[in-house]
Design a protein around this ligand. Structure first.
Ligand SMILES: Cc1ncc(COP(=O)(O)O)c(C=O)c1O
Length: 368
């Protein structure tokens, strides 16, 4: 049997009948950039997240970058974040001229350890940027408290967490701004790149609107040096259809996660991802910790099961960040996670026969 880590062709079958006319309507109108579907999606997404507004941009990376600029991060200013995340989190900080300051993760959730944040604050700190990794939010209450106490802004990297909840509120709308990604593998993925910033402060959202269009409020009159980072109408048309399915798909992911949990909880060699009290996980990834990870992955690959390692090297150990001066051992939990994690297929359309096969193969590996 072959079980892919993600098979988007199955999702296309669900949405085809609605997505094709939505795409055709964009061609009929030819408003390809920031057209009506983009405005409609911005309204729908703000509403979905419980924010007051949203701004569509070209990618999740740009959503972070423009947010950091709007929050006023200047050259040499520090942004506190997790070293155990996708590269774009820290890349965006770097590309606005800021300095990523890493804080180790909570080993249970893989998210930034809120208890360790305060020790990393300096007079140059401007923003705290928690990443809601794999689809569960970081512990936001203490993070928001620390930010308030020190006069810092909070930018959520919600690229992997659209729809997840923290104490009844949706991710993205918990801090000052939330950046999400529409990369195709995300729970709400487009037919290409795309991203969005959601927020509650109209002044910040207005600044991001300005920055995504070369900093011009009126065409050819530039108040800022911004970027070309706009969401295409074709993407927004597809995403508008998919948003209507998002909660159903996330619930299907949760069902798969529950079946994996049940199978893996009794095993000593595998640690399933826990869900914290008050949190709703949307399982963009179902990521276990496991013994002999690389051997298990090779075994599963041979058995036809797609898996992935998110992420094999912590950001503080990346060659491009050598000048930040972090050494191996600086963030032991992040480094341990990089050596132990493995993500298994959890996409909504995964069949129970396929999931049973994945579970059987994991058990077979440890029984040998
Ligand atoms: C945690 C995290 N941050 C940022 C990004 C960047 O998003 P994008 O790929 O849309 O630029 C991603 C997605 O790949 C991500 O997973």
């Amino acid at each position: 049997m072959e079980v892919k880590l993600l098979d988007l062709t199955r999702q296309w079958k669900t949405i085809k009948a609605e997505a094709q006319p939505a795409v055709a309507a964009v061609f009929e109108d030819c408003g390809f950039v920031l057209g009506k579907p983009v405005k409609d999606l911005e309204v729908a997404m703000a509403d979905y997240c419980g924010a007051t507004g949203a701004v569509g941009v070209a990618s999740g990376t740009d959503a972070l970058l423009l947010s950091l600029r709007a929050l006023g991060v200047e050259k040499g200013e520090e942004v506190i974040t997790s070293p155990f995340t996708f590269f774009a989190t820290a890349g965006a900080i770097w590309n606005v001229g800021g300095r990523p300051v890493f804080v180790d993760i909570d080993p249970a959730t893989f998210n930034i350890d809120a208890e360790k944040i305060e020790a990393a604050i300096t007079p140059r700190t401007r923003v705290i940027m928690p990443v809601h990794l794999f689809g569960q939010t970081a512990d936001m209450d203490p993070i928001l408290e620390i930010a308030e106490k020190h006069g810092l802004k909070v930018l959520e990297d919600a690229a992997q967490s659209i729809g997840s909840e923290y104490k009844g509120k949706r991710s993205g709308a918990l801090g000052d701004l939330g950046a999400t990604s529409f990369f195709p593998s995300k729970n709400l993925g487009g037919a290409g790149d795309g991203g969005m910033v959601v927020g509650k402060a109209e002044a910040l959202l207005e600044e991001i609107r300005l920055l995504r269009g070369h900093g011009a409020k009126n065409r050819y009159f530039h108040d800022r040096v911004g970027w070309n980072s706009r969401l295409d109408s074709l993407q927004a048309a597809v995403l508008g259809v998919k948003l209507r399915y998002l909660d159903r798909w996330s619930a299907m992911r949760r069902e798969h996660a529950a079946a994996y949990d049940e199978a893996f909880l009794p095993m000593d060699e595998v640690v399933p991802p826990p869900v914290l009290d008050g949190c709703t996980h949307i399982y963009n990834q179902y990521t276990i910790r496991c013994r002999r990870r690389d051997e298990l992955q090779a075994f599963l690959t041979k058995a036809g099961v797609g898996t992935a390692i998110y992420y094999p090297l912590s950001l503080h150990e990346q060659e491009c960040f050598r000048s930040l001066g972090y050494a191996h051992g600086a963030f032991p939990e992040s480094e341990r996670a990089a050596a132990e994690v493995l993500s298994l297929p959890v996409y909504p359309e995964l069949t129970s026969a396929e999931q049973d096969y994945v579970i059987a193969k994991v058990k077979e590996f440890y029984a040998r």
